[in-house]
Design a protein around this ligand. Structure first.
Ligand SMILES: Cc1cc2nc3c(=O)[nH]c(=O)nc-3n(C[C@H](O)[C@H](O)[C@H](O)COP(=O)(O)OP(=O)(O)OC[C@H]3O[C@@H](n4cnc5c(N)ncnc54)[C@H](O)[C@@H]3O)c2cc1C
Length: 371
């Protein structure tokens, strides 16, 4: 039997587990190591924060998936991979032996680049921890002296959707007449990776939702009651959420694994580590040396079936198949008001209720397909 250990219950591994439960692979002894029995699905996170989805509706039961695939679930977080001993070493000191190991552990926020962020800001990753922090923020907002000013640092799709969701939820929860103010601060233009039309739509929607937007200014410092920008401007903030600064998980360096220029686990087109044929990786923690793409759940999802196929092939000793990422991909962003914005490639951008209907349908189907 080949001992296959999946580390992390991210989007790609959820799909690997689904593939293995639907078509078991003879000759595999399967283990999943995950710090939680369920994993949040990022596409529905802003909807959950906005109060549109129950917690259970946006979680994938990875423990059940691995058990249905005939494998075992190990509760814990991997500290490092001991590649000489071929063991995954967990935080509690336990060792899980492997013949093949696959990593889908996401990213960790790098708060160290913004002075004061470690002490006074809320990192949006890991998502599992974010949910508890947002629950605390919602409780605080209900208090008469609770936070009235909230800043989201980061003008990418995650920061934007989170700001819309927080504006809706916090204003609904606040007992005072005037709900909290929301501001997005971004060092670049809003949605720098999307097209100009999407940017214009998003700016108009932010204005409509009374969410302030500060573009092309960097947060220089986070203080307990304000953020200080590089321009010298001060914005009042009793709760600062940071949606920038993706850093590779420390496990990559600790395990001596080959990394890309930014420190993410370097994989070839088959999602195999360029430095160790027994190691595979997918999702945000991996960096393709052949065809890099931004960190987004859409790629983690696309990689899942290819990773499943290549793990089967690696067990059988067959040639692996390449993953070719799309050049253009659809980005769907909820504005938390029954509408959403869609963007694709250099020109296409749409918005409205139909786009939200489509996003909601795609996301629900994804999670329900893994139930
Ligand atoms: C607010 C927000 C909204 C977003 N919305 C979208 C969206 O609409 N569309 C989109 O494409 N992307 C979106 N993203 C980006 C998306 O979250 C990520 O790209 C996606 O989650 C990456 O999936 P993954 O499989 O790499 O890892 P993750 O989903 O991050 O999962 C990693 C898993 O590994 C586990 N883990 C971590 N460390 C260890 C360890 N040491 N040992 C074992 N397990 C470990 C974690 O518990 C977690 O369950 C959003 C992000 C945020 C913050």
């Amino acid at each position: 039997m080949t001992k296959l250990v999946l580390v992390g219950g991210g989007h790609s591994h959820a799909l690997v587990l689904d593939a293995l439960r639907k078509r078991p692979e003879p000759g595999i002894a399967l283990t999943l190591v995950s710090p939680a029995e369920t994993s949040p699905y990022s596409g529905m996170l802003p909807g959950h924060v906005a109060g549109l989805y129950a917690r259970e509706a946006m979680h994938i039961d990875v423990r059940r998936l691995v058990e249905e695939a005939g494998g075992r679930f190990v509760l814990g977080a991997a500290e490092r991979i001991d590649r000489d001993a071929r063991e995954v070493v967990l935080g509690d000191g336990a060792h899980v032996p492997y013949d093949l190991v696959s990593l889908d552990i996401g990213i960790t926020p790098d708060l160290s680049r913004i002075p004061g962020a470690r002490e006074h800001a809320i990192a949006v990753k890991p998502i599992g921890d974010l949910l508890a922090k947002i629950d605390r923020l919602i409780s605080a907002v209900r208090e008469p002296d609770g936070p009235r000013d909230v800043v989201v640092v980061g003008g990418g799709a995650a920061g934007l959707c989170l700001a819309f969701a927080l504006a809706r939820r916090l204003r609904a929860e606040a007992r005072s007449e005037q709900g909290p103010t929301l501001t997005i601060v971004t060092a670049h233009a809003l949605l720098p990776e999307l097209n100009g039309r999407a940017r214009r739509i998003a700016r108009a929607r932010l204005a409509q939702a009374s969410i302030a937007l500060v573009e092309n200014d960097r947060v220089a410092r986070v203080e307990p009651e304000a953020v200080i920008l590089a321009s010298g401007r001060t914005i009042a903030s009793r709760a600062t959420l940071v949606a920038v600064g993706a850093a590779p998980p420390p496990l990559v360096a600790r395990s001596g694994l080959a990394a890309d220029a930014r420190g993410f686990l370097a994989v070839d087109a088959t999602l195999r580590s360029v430095g160790d044929p027994r190691v595979f990786a997918a999702g945000d923690c991996a960096g393709s040396v052949t065809d890099p793409r931004p960190k987004a759940g859409v790629f983690a999802v696309r990689q899942g079936p290819i990773l499943a196929e290549n793990l089967r092939r690696a067990v059988r000793g067959e040639p692996l198949v390449p993953y070719s990422p799309q050049t253009n991909w659809l980005v769907l962003m909820s504005t938390a008001d029954g509408r959403a914005i869609a963007a694709r490639g250099r020109h296409l951008a749409l918005e409205g209720r139909l786009v939200w209907w489509l996003k909601d349908r795609i996301d629900r189907r994804f999670v329900q397909g893994l139930a």
